[in-house]
Design a protein around this ligand. Structure first.
Ligand code: KE4
Length: 427
């Protein structure tokens, strides 16, 4: 595969950008090799600067649920940008977006637009801390909520699972306030809340984990966390930056019938433009400045062009049967991959949620972060490159989820399964 132009660009980029990229996962560090540079994208496909074409199962890490460069999204952007790119004063599209989110996600009586998922999650925990007057937050090992200091914490030692910084620059005084639990472990959650429940401002969780590969909640687990938070006066925060508007129109909270106190969003509601949002109970959100004292702000929050791209995407995914078809295609892909692995005698397992999936080089089930870590990552890395050489781009890490879009049709799935049969055989 010719990658001369990508190599030349990566060589230059590596002198100018940390790791040659503007976000670490793009650098292919965990799978090895150098990243390709995108020239353009359309539907289910990415095209790189050397003329190679890939079926894309990353979709810009989630936003491109209706496929890349969808004509209706592009038309909305073109129409909006001609009236100006940013005003710094309110505009009608911000109201339209807020109305859409509140309509689609009943737990959100109010929302605030921001410019990334990171801004959404760090704002949500500030609201939790401001509204409860408490300082501790709970997160889960393997869950990622953006790069806010309070989240860059790994499980500490000891029964309280006190947080330890997992990045230089995170003060231990702050990391201490983040408690970490194992995902899908009912007893550990009960034990922690029994011990310090009265000190917990909020518990933030990816209701379906998409940042430690893809792990689904055990039956009743999310309800268990809902009850613990209610009992101890802590706020339940669903980080739906990835799952929101994807695994169901109303996100994981609709899929599982749980009502969080606060939710965070991103990705799909920007349709590929920089965006995030947080929202929830009116008594909580009405404490956010300037309505209340909890401060949060952003120059480009509610940017009209981003709102237009997001609104056009939300319109597309509200087409009748959109999510049912996305779910069907996700199963068709994963069933096919599992069959191809069996034919090649390769230990392989997939996890699935509508529109997203996890690939594991191990037998199932995979229900915990420990289970996910026991996957053969070296084999995944060889499979990743085998698929890339055959025109299929999977997430460049054994610990990321894959994403389907409505643009992944029978032809794309057939191409993917043909490549997989050859890539499994070559392992
Ligand atoms: P951003 O700040 O990257 O917009 O969102 C952070 C975030 C928050 N919460 C969840 C559940 C997320 O998945 C993310 C970001 N997801 C990663 C994919 N693993 C973005 C890719 C990247 O970091 O480049």
């Amino acid at each position: 595969m010719n990658n001369a132009r990508s190599h030349e660009l990566f060589t230059r980029a590596s002198q100018l950008l940390p790791g040659g990229v503007n976000s670490p996962v793009r650098a292919f560090k965990s799978v090895g090799g150098e990243p390709f540079f995108a020239q353009r994208a359309e539907g289910a496909y990415l095209f790189d600067v050397d003329g190679n074409r890939y079926v894309d199962y990353v979709g810009s890490w989630g936003p491109m649920i209706a496929g890349h460069a969808h004509p209706q999204v592009l038309a909305a952007v073109e129409r909006t940008m001609r009236d100006g790119l940013s005003f710094g004063v309110p505009n009608a599209l911000e109201v339209a977006m807020a109305e859409e989110i509140v309509k689609i996600v009943p737990s959100c009586a109010m929302v605030r637009m921001v410019n990334s998922g990171t801004e959404a999650t760090l704002s949500a925990i500030r609201v939790a801390r401001g509204a409860t007057g408490r300082s501790r937050i709970v997160k889960f090992e393997g869950c990622y909520h953006g790069h806010g200091d309070s989240f860059l914490v790994k499980a500490g030692s000891g029964v309280m699972t006190l947080g330890l910084p997992n990045s230089p620059g995170v003060p231990s005084a702050l990391a201490d306030l983040t408690l970490t639990l194992p995902y899908n472990d009912f007893d550990a959650a009960t034990k922690l809340f029994d011990e310090v429940g009265g000190e917990i401002a909020g518990l933030i969780i990816e209701p379906i984990v998409g940042n430690a590969n893809c792990i689904l909640p055990r039956e009743g687990y999310l309800q268990h966390l809902r009850e613990l938070c209610s009992k101890h006066g802590a706020l339940l925060i669903f980080d739906e930056v990835m799952t929101g508007f994807r695994v169901a129109l109303g996100g994981a909270q609709a899929l599982y019938g749980i009502e969080p106190d606060l939710s965070t969003f991103g990705k799909i509601i920007g349709g590929g433009m920089p965006v995030g949002a947080y929202g929830g109970r009116r008594d909580l959100m009405s404490q956010v400045a300037p309505a209340g004292p909890i401060y949060q702000a952003g120059t480009l929050s509610g940017n009209p062009v981003a709102m237009a791209a997001g609104l056009a995407t939300l319109a597309l995914i509200q087409a009748p049967g959109f999510h049912a078809e996305l779910e069907r295609r996700t199963h068709t892909l994963c069933d096919g991959l599992e069959a191809a692995a069996r034919e090649a005698g390769v230990a392989f397992h997939t996890t699935r949620a509508p529109g997203m999936f996890g690939l594991y080089f191990r037998e199932g089930p995979v229900e915990t972060f420990e289970d996910a870590k026991a996957s053969d990552t070296a084999r995944f890395n060889r499979f990743f490159h085998g698929m890339l050489e055959r025109g299929v781009y999977l997430a460049p890490s054994a610990f990321e989820a894959g994403f389907m879009s409505s643009a992944h049709g029978e032809a794309e799935i057939a191409l993917t399964l043909d490549a997989a049969r050859a890539a499994f055989a070559a392992l």
